[in-house]
Design a protein around this ligand. Structure first.
Ligand SMILES: *Cc1c(COP(=O)(O)O)cnc(C)c1O
Length: 359
């Protein structure tokens, strides 16, 4: 069975060893005689799976004791509503709008309170990170919402100023790709399907003092406190996705943790950007180097027909899902944790050949 290099923005590539373990344990998990898919989420076996997944994630990310880790459903998009419903105490929040997910988050929050868009890069199709300083943010906002990595546009917020209000961030497309100081944030959320598992699971890391302030209108299932009190088992959790997430945590630990994955991710991204910056055919769509994403590399030729030709040529070589999002066009190579460097090397060599052929 020939596997391809899958550059999809999400759901995306998984480490092959994780898929192999899942296959080996498909019919009988650890002598239980059943698949994890068939297992009661209240069983001893399953309780051990979810506990170990959380423990490994805590170790990998260095999550402090006073934070809860929640395994939820509904995707990152459900967090766009959960965050304001649970954290808006006075009804005011600051939003940084650096992409369409950030914009959706801000729009959703407007249903529940006063949203101030403090900074935005919409004026240049989100191709940069706006300059931000502490004094731009209101000290009495219930929280400040940012999107750390902008999946569609290939940008990342690297230097966020010190602020007084609680920081909330969407890390869907960069969680566990590099070390993060969790204590800087009140809440971190991520849909699993980019870097940490299959779709259907959303991870929320929340500081305990932020629990218990949900608005009265908050549906039970959208209340962080309910999920925290019930160890993410108020109802049936996305049990199989959590199990796969657990396998990915084990894989990360086995290769040397977040420091090692960061080293690999930097190396992969540098290969691509270095090639793009000297190419006469392709160019990166994010001009400022410090704003460029290490996870999603967006690039174009400047000619839509040639872009389409390249996407087809790449596919021929086993490099798939490299077409850019329709709002940017061109190409997007998502090179999440599970993408091996060989995939990126092959991509660069296919680009070099394409460039030679289209002088
Ligand atoms: C993919 C993505 C989302 C949407 O995630 P869903 O799980 O599909 O709701 C939100 N934010 C970012 C940064 C993303 O990359």
């Amino acid at each position: 069975m020939e596997r391809v290099y899958n550059f999809s923005a999400g759901p995306s590539m998984m480490p092959e060893s994780v898929l192999e373990t899942a296959r080996d344990e498909m019919l009988s998990y650890a002598g239980s005689g059943m698949s994890v898919m068939e297992m009661s989420h209240r069983s001893k076996e399953y309780e051990a799976i979810i506990a170990k997944t959380e423990e490994d994630m805590r170790v990998l990310m260095g999550i402090p004791e006073n934070y809860k880790v929640l395994f939820l459903q509904g995707g990152a998009s459900t967090q766009f509503a959960m965050v304001p419903l649970n954290l808006m105490k006075t009804g005011k929040a600051d939003y940084v709008v650096t992409g369409s997910f950030a914009k959706k988050a801000a729009e959703e929050a407007k249903k529940y309170g006063k949203v101030t868009v403090v900074a935005s890069s919409a004026d240049q199709n989100f191709s940069y990170i706006p300059k931000m300083t502490s004094d731009m943010f209101s000290e009495d906002a219930d929280y400040i919402h940012t999107t750390t990595n902008n999946t569609i546009y290939g940008t990342t917020i690297r230097n966020f100023p010190q602020t007084k209000a609680t920081l909330v961030t969407d890390m869907s497309s960069c969680i566990l790709s590099e070390p993060v100081d969790v204590s800087r944030y009140g809440l971190i959320y991520a849909g699993a399907q980019k870097n940490i598992g299959p779709a259907g699971l959303t991870v929320v890391i929340i500081r305990e003092d932020l629990l218990g302030n949900a608005m009265d209108i908050t549906p039970t299932m959208l209340n962080y406190e309910i999920h925290a009190k019930n160890g993410s088992m108020y109802n049936t959790p996305p049990a199989y996705s959590i199990y796969i997430c657990g396998l990915i945590m084990k894989w990360l630990i086995s290769i040397g943790g977040v420091e090692e994955i960061e080293r690999r991710n930097k190396e992969k991204a540098a290969l691509l950007y270095d090639y793009l910056d000297q190419s006469k055919l392709f160019r990166a769509t994010v001009p400022a180097k410090e704003d460029r994403s290490m996870m999603n590399v967006t690039f174009v030729t400047g000619d839509a027909d040639l872009d389409a030709k390249f996407v087809a040529a790449a596919k021929e070589q086993g490099l798939v899902s490299i077409k850019g999002h329709r709002s940017v066009g061109g190409m997007r190579a998502s090179i999440y944790n599970a993408m091996p460097i060989e995939g990126v090397k092959k991509l660069v060599s296919v680009m070099e050949q394409f460039e030679k052929d289209h002088k």
